[in-house]
Ligand binder design. Structure first.
Ligand code: ADP
Ligand code: MG
Length: 234
């Protein structure tokens, strides 16, 4: 039975799809070799379009994609749950790529209580504070709901993406967002931050940068993947 992992934030462009791709590629290959599936629920089909394109160019996928752009409200929930449960049974890790809205087609509401972990990427910008906190509060409600109804923990974990540590103002924004998150909700984030990298921007369905080039290692991707792996297994 697979662990269900979501990268979510109600803001677009923070790296939900990119982080899904980076983690899916890394976990599906050495040294993890896990059976990975990804469900793309975003109407925009960021991952779906990329996946199709790479398949057409002959890329051999190392994980399976399930595209599901339709809404999952009302009578449609049953159909989705069948697909979701099958994917969970057949994988070690199941990622779900969500749209950048809390309420698009019932998706976040349906999927978040079935997750094991919701990782919340945010970028070093004052524009991210409001959306990150709103999303975090909504997910902390889900955490309570999951604990009361299912008697289990739902991990809710923010982390920084796209930071350029040479830029002082970015460090300032990150500190502000983290301190308001931590003081309000007594919640721990991931230690490792993801930098702003050209290679990340080119993340594809076979872009495995885990343990890759020395430069990337120095820039924390390997550490971030290891921390992620450690968290979902502890
Ligand atoms: N760490 C990173 N370094 C460089 N570019 C990044 C990074 N994370 C995301 N991006 C780029 O930022 C843009 C938005 O990322 P995306 O994953 O589509 O965000 P979301 O799914 O949250 O809307 C994309 O162009 C992506 O390539
Ligand atoms: Mg996306």
């Amino acid at each position: 039975m697979g662990k269900v992992i979501i990268f979510g934030n109600q803001k677009g462009g923070v790296g939900k799809s990119t982080c899904t791709l980076l983690a899916a590629n890394a976990f599906a290959s050495e040294p993890f070799n896990l059976k990975v599936k990804v469900i793309d629920l975003d109407e925009q089909q960021t991952i779906g379009v990329l996946y199709e394109g790479e398949l057409e160019r002959g890329t051999e996928p190392i994980w399976e994609l399930i595209s599901y752009p339709e809404s999952i409200t009302g009578g449609k929930i049953h159909k989705f749950l069948k697909i979701f449960n099958k994917a969970m049974e057949e994988s070690d890790v199941l990622f779900v790529d969500l749209p950048g809205y809390l309420d698009e087609g019932g998706k976040t509401d349906t999927v978040s209580p079935m997750a094991d972990f919701i990782f919340i990427p945010f970028t070093p910008s004052d524009k991210d504070t409001y959306s990150t906190e709103t999303y975090l509060l909504a997910m902390l409600e889900k955490k309570k709901q999951v604990f009361e109804e299912q008697e289990r923990e739902l991990g809710v974990i923010p982390f920084v993406n796209k930071i350029d540590t040479r830029i002082k103002s970015q460090i300032g924004y990150v500190k502000n967002i983290l301190s308001s998150i931590e003081s309000l909700h007594e919640i721990d984030g991931m230690k490792n931050m993801l930098g702003l990298y050209k290679d990340h921007a080119n993340a594809g369905i076979d872009t495995n940068m885990y343990g890759g080039r020395r430069e990337m290692k120095e820039k924390n991707l390997t550490k971030w993947i290891n921390e992620l792996h450690h968290m979902i297994n502890s």
